[in-house]
Design a binder for this molecule. Structure first.
Ligand code: GLU
Ligand code: ZN
Length: 286
């Protein structure tokens, strides 16, 4: 039997991109520019763009921002074809509804010997650090204190699960925008948390699990996440998944050269819109 529309075995998967805001504040112009690039890339490739709500961090996340985010994104001209509001083949699209999926991934990492329970507080880490703080990344290199910990020895102390990075290995990838990137595990970044002490999956893990399961072919994100991309490449390997392509965007800066953050209220999409700015005009200068 001839199946006319069957894809040929080496046909490229259709482009799938994603918008993955965290509802911790109002979106600002910097988010909008990254998202706009993500949308342009999806359209350029005739692909799909999905919306994922990264609402795992319940200590920082507020329900009111979820709706606001969507409203602001629509106002700006962003469109998606799958998401919490539309559903789709990879539902649910709210990370808070995907805990079982992350737990299963954690178990895979544990069974593979990739992670260890870490009982260090932020303070413990600060006082054990001898290596200089890495440039360009907020997180100090974890000094390895708990690397030999066994779960059975932890008792009922609070702990997080940390991924053991292969010290000295060069993690390289070709960024679609910034070109060749190289980071050395153990020097540019150290062992990182995949599951937090308050029983919440860390960003690195939930992001990799979802980008893989939702069959994302290219991740467009800010260049502040370049080192996280290197960490995530290690997680893809440990979970036996193929990493997507990456496109890191330059960050938008304010007039003092400081990168935009949610505290830059004057540049939030809400404020700009209330001032009567039009989305098309805001984009005109890019
Ligand atoms: N929710 C994450 C953030 O807003 C997503 C980052 C990413 O693109 O991976 O920072
Ligand atoms: Zn520790």
């Amino acid at each position: 039997m001839l199946i006319v529309n069957a894809p040929s075995p080496n046909a490229r998967p259709k482009y799938r991109g994603r918008l993955a805001p965290s509802p911790t504040g109002f979106l600002h112009l910097g988010h909008a520019r990254t998202f706009w690039t993500a949308q342009a890339r999806a359209r350029l490739h005739g692909g799909e763009l999905i919306l994922r709500n990264d609402d795992l961090d319940s200590t920082r996340y507020k329900m009111e921002f979820v709706e606001a985010m969507r409203e602001d994104m629509r106002w700006f001209g962003l469109e998606w074809s799958e998401g919490p509001d539309l559903s789709g083949p990879f539902a649910p699209y709210n990370q808070s509804e995907r805990m079982d999926i992350y737990r299963a991934a954690l178990e895979t990492l544990r069974a593979g010997g990739f992670i260890y329970p870490c009982t260090c507080s932020r303070r413990d880490i600060q006082s054990a650090i001898t290596a200089p703080h890495p440039e360009n990344d907020e997180e100090p290199i974890y000094p390895g204190t708990c690397r030999k910990n066994l779960k059975a020895e932890i008792g009922n102390r609070k702990f997080s699960w940390r991924f053991r990075v292969p010290d000295g290995e060069v993690i390289s990838f070709r960024d679609k925008h910034l070109g060749e990137q190289k980071f050395v595990a153990g020097m540019d970044f150290g062992d990182f948390v995949v599951w937090r002490g308050d029983d919440v999956p860390a960003y690195q893990l939930s992001c990799v699990v979802d980008d893989a399961l939702m069959q994302i072919t290219e991740v467009v994100r800010g260049e502040d996440l370049l080192i996280s991309t290197a960490r995530q490449i290690l997680l893809y390997r440990a979970l036996e998944k193929t990493p997507p392509k990456f496109f890191h965007c330059e960050l938008m800066r304010d007039e003092h050269g400081e990168r935009l953050a949610k505290r830059h209220e004057a540049l939030s999409l809400r404020t700009l819109r209330a001032r009567g700015e039009s989305a098309a005009e805001l984009r005109a200068g890019w």
